[in-house]
Write a protein that binds this ligand. Structure first.
Ligand SMILES: [Cu+2]
Length: 190
């Protein structure tokens, strides 16, 4: 649109086009970066999946193996790692109250017996789905002692909104004093 430009004045039209072109290159560079990330993660994760798929037989879950009731709860493994095993079912978690130490890595291993469930622990990043026939596992650390609520966050039926557990995060020393090797710890009143 610039017609007669007075001598010495910058050509605003040419300036605008230059700015547009610069911005177009920035956008192209961002898009190229995103596409490169997609290609890299797609190829990398198909070669090395981020989590392995582990299956379990739902029909014998309560009879034998890792998820029998007496094996649920928190345990200290032979290598010293803290593992929480839990099962979700309509409409509760077993155990109903989970004990974990603060400031130590805790590995959760969970599955479901009937429908798809899930849980999130308070405002922490402990969050997973629990799918029948599959073992969900993740490791997290709870930095602060205290009690957290753990609701089911996958709609699983009419009783879904009443499906809760509690997580007690104990100071590490208190937890270690309570935990005995080979035993399964929980805070369910007995
Ligand atoms: Cu549920």
């Amino acid at each position: 649109m610039s017609t007669a430009i007075p001598a010495g004045e910058p050509d605003s039209h040419a300036t605008a086009i230059a700015a547009e072109r610069r911005w177009a290159w920035v956008v192209i560079a961002i898009m190229a970066l995103l596409v490169a990330m997609m290609i890299f993660t797609g190829l990398h994760w198909s070669a090395m999946p981020p989590s392995r798929v582990e299956t379990v037989d739902v029909k014998t879950l309560h009879l034998k193996g890792e998820f029998v009731e007496s094996n649920l709860g928190t345990s200290i493994e032979n290598d010293g790692k803290v593992t929480v095993r839990l099962v979700a079912q309509q409409y509760s978690f077993v155990p109903q109250c989970i004990v974990v130490p603060a400031g130590m890595p805790v590995t959760f291993r969970g599955t479901a017996t009937d429908a798809i469930h899930g849980f999130i622990v308070g405002t922490t990043n402990a969050n997973t789905m629990l799918v029948p026939a599959f073992v969900s596992t993740f490791t997290t650390t709870f930095p602060h002692p205290g009690e957290q609520l753990m609701p089911c966050h996958e709609y699983c039926g009419t009783g879904h909104e009443a499906m809760w557990a509690r997580v007690q995060v104990l100071p590490a020393a208190e937890f270690m004093a309570k935990a005995k090797p080979g035993e399964r710890l929980s805070c369910v009143p007995r």
